[in-house]
Write a protein that binds this ligand. Structure first.
Ligand SMILES: [Zn+2]
Length: 269
């Protein structure tokens, strides 16, 4: 067994141990589902938009009106969305998904992300009275996207969607499309972010105090303040995953419909 697992394995473990075992130990590959391709497109959009940020911001001059900046971001994000969908067109067709329909469905979330980032930048610009290249230099938070992190010590690796670089602190951010809980964040999101915070601390030698989950459908940002119990939960879960992967028997069906329909591959040992 390899000495390192991914943060998504921790989440899979919490969701269904048998599913994780079948995938990791028996090597059964899940067929690609629409939600996975949509997730990949969404990641690509935010990553590409982030890479374009310097170029966009350098065009923000003092005579540009708020609406014009919002429009500039909306157009840029829209163009990136269209390009990303084209780059995944083969996978979408393989799943019999309609490209136009996907574009329409993703448009709203992308537009709201564009608007909220533009708003953040506009308010920084007016508060500090900086524009163009100077605005880019001074802007906080800057966004680091799709950062790969790994640690032998934690026996964990992962890719962090977004990190807000606030100059004196780093804040991991997860963007979630699903339903938001009434308060706080879902337990698996908390686990995921705690793991990222620990990995980031190892990587940057920088203490991570908080994380954020953006529930885009509910248009809400929820804060997760790090504490020792959450770190304990992560290390305990890592231990449990290694224990599971090292065992010989396939775990029992847990009762989730996903699990019930998951056929055990026939294996010869
Ligand atoms: Zn299960």
């Amino acid at each position: 067994m390899a000495g390192i697992i991914s943060v998504t394995d921790l989440c899979s473990f919490k969701f269904c141990e048998r599913g994780l075992y079948i995938k990791k130990v028996l090597g059964f590959r899940e067929p690609v589902k629409p939600v996975m391709v949509l997730g990949s497109i969404r990641h690509k959009v935010y990553d590409d938009a982030n890479k374009k940020e310097e170029e966009l911001i350098s065009q923000i001059t003092s005579d540009l009106k708020r609406n014009e900046v919002l429009q500039m971001f909306a157009n840029a994000y829209n163009g990136i969305l269209n390009k990303s969908i084209v780059s995944f067109s083969q996978q979408l067709r393989d799943l019999n998904m309609d490209l136009n329909e996907v574009t329409v469905n993703m448009h709203e979330a992308v537009a709201s992300q564009a608007a909220s980032r533009a708003d953040e930048i506009i308010s920084f610009s007016s508060k500090n009275n900086v524009f163009g290249e100077q605005l880019w230099q001074q802007l906080t938070p800057k966004i680091i996207s799709e950062l790969k992190v790994s640690s032998e010590k934690l026996r964990l690796k992962g890719v962090i969607d977004r990190i807000e670089d606030r100059g004196s602190e780093y804040v991991p951010v997860e963007i979630k499309t699903g339903r938001a809980p009434n308060e706080g964040v879902w337990p698996d999101h908390r686990l995921q972010l705690s793991a990222y915070a620990m990995l980031l601390r190892e990587e940057l030698k920088f203490n991570i105090k908080e994380c954020l989950v953006k529930y885009v459908a509910a248009d809400q940002t929820r804060q997760v303040v790090m504490n020792p119990f959450m770190e304990y939960e992560v290390t305990e879960t890592v231990n449990s995953v290694f224990q599971l992967l090292g065992q010989n028997e396939i775990p029992d069906v847990c009762g989730k419909s996903y699990c019930i329909w998951l056929r055990t591959p026939i294996i010869n040992r």
